[in-house]
Design a protein around this ligand. Structure first.
Ligand code: ZN
Ligand code: ZN
Length: 275
């Protein structure tokens, strides 16, 4: 079985996924997703995953168009294969974070075990695995438009999970690429540079977008229920205001977990409810 899984979602949209749980099961997340969206003149590759295997080759089998990388945010599992492509675009406030070499030492050690190696692509060497993306070739701010020819993506600044987190909106098809803002699984608003108040505003804004037919998150399955973001935003509000109880967790990820069944929202351990 190949490392990257490809699924066609619409006539011009592919989901490319890899198994994050094989790299680090303790996140409790099954996949990390990349999306290849084809315009008439260019293609956008939204995120590049964990940097394992030949993503460029996978993309080349799907399109001959020139490919531009758009990063939702700087985390290692979304920018891992940036170096296989020319340049990339990211929110301007994460440009400096993007180019820092990311610390993979824990994952590298776990992946060197024979059982883990058996699930990785042939020839992959954990010891040589590095993630250090090249400098971005374009800096984005909220409202910027990325024209692929016939298809246009609008960058929406949706901070919270990270300061420069971007969602991309294909208004014509009603597709929202919301990355780590919301997905079916544990959503982490508890890392060092997370901002729960900004997350609350971001998810409210996303839930209010008209005409969304397909939600393409950064992790786990795409979602075709138009009302899903509204429910997620309502549950996020309950967590943020303290109307539901969260459990303090000090395991691999440290935070206060609010479990809503198909997803959980993790806020910082020291989070104080705000009305
Ligand atoms: Zn992230
Ligand atoms: Zn992520």
């Amino acid at each position: 079985m190949s490392w990257h899984q490809v699924e066609q979602l619409t006539a011009n949209l592919y989901r490319i996924s890899e198994r994050l749980d094989r790299v680090e099961p303790r996140f409790g997340i099954r996949t990390v997703n990349m999306y290849l969206l084809l315009g008439e003149e260019r293609a956008a590759l939204i995120d590049t995953g964990c940097g394992i295997g030949d993503l460029r080759g996978v993309v080349a089998r799907l399109t001959d168009l020139p490919v531009m990388v758009l990063n939702s945010h700087y985390h290692w599992d979304h920018v891992g294969a940036n170096a296989q492509f020319a340049g990339g675009a990211i929110h301007r406030i994460e440009a400096g974070l993007l180019v820092q070499e990311q610390d993979l030492s824990e994952y590298r050690a776990a992946m060197a075990a024979p059982s883990a190696m058996a699930m990785l692509p042939d020839g992959f060497d954990p010891a040589g695995w590095r993630i250090q993306p090249p400098p971005p070739s374009r800096l984005l701010t909220g409202g910027d438009r990325v024209d692929l020819g016939g298809t246009v993506l609008t960058a929406l600044h949706t901070p919270g999970h990270s300061p420069g987190h971007i969602s991309f909106l294909d208004e014509r098809q009603g597709v929202l690429f919301c990355a780590d803002l919301a997905y079916q699984g544990p959503v982490f608003i508890c890392f060092e540079d997370a901002d729960p108040a900004a997350f609350a505003a971001s998810i409210r804004m996303a839930a209010a977008l008209p005409g969304i037919q397909l939600i393409c998150p950064g992790h786990n399955a795409p979602i075709r229920q138009p009302g899903w973001l509204g429910q997620f935003a309502a549950d996020a509000a309950l967590a943020l205001t303290g109307e539901v109880e969260g459990a303090l967790r000090r395991e691999y990820v440290v935070g206060r977990e609010f479990d809503f069944g198909e997803y959980a929202i993790w806020l910082p351990a020291q989070h104080r409810p705000s009305p």
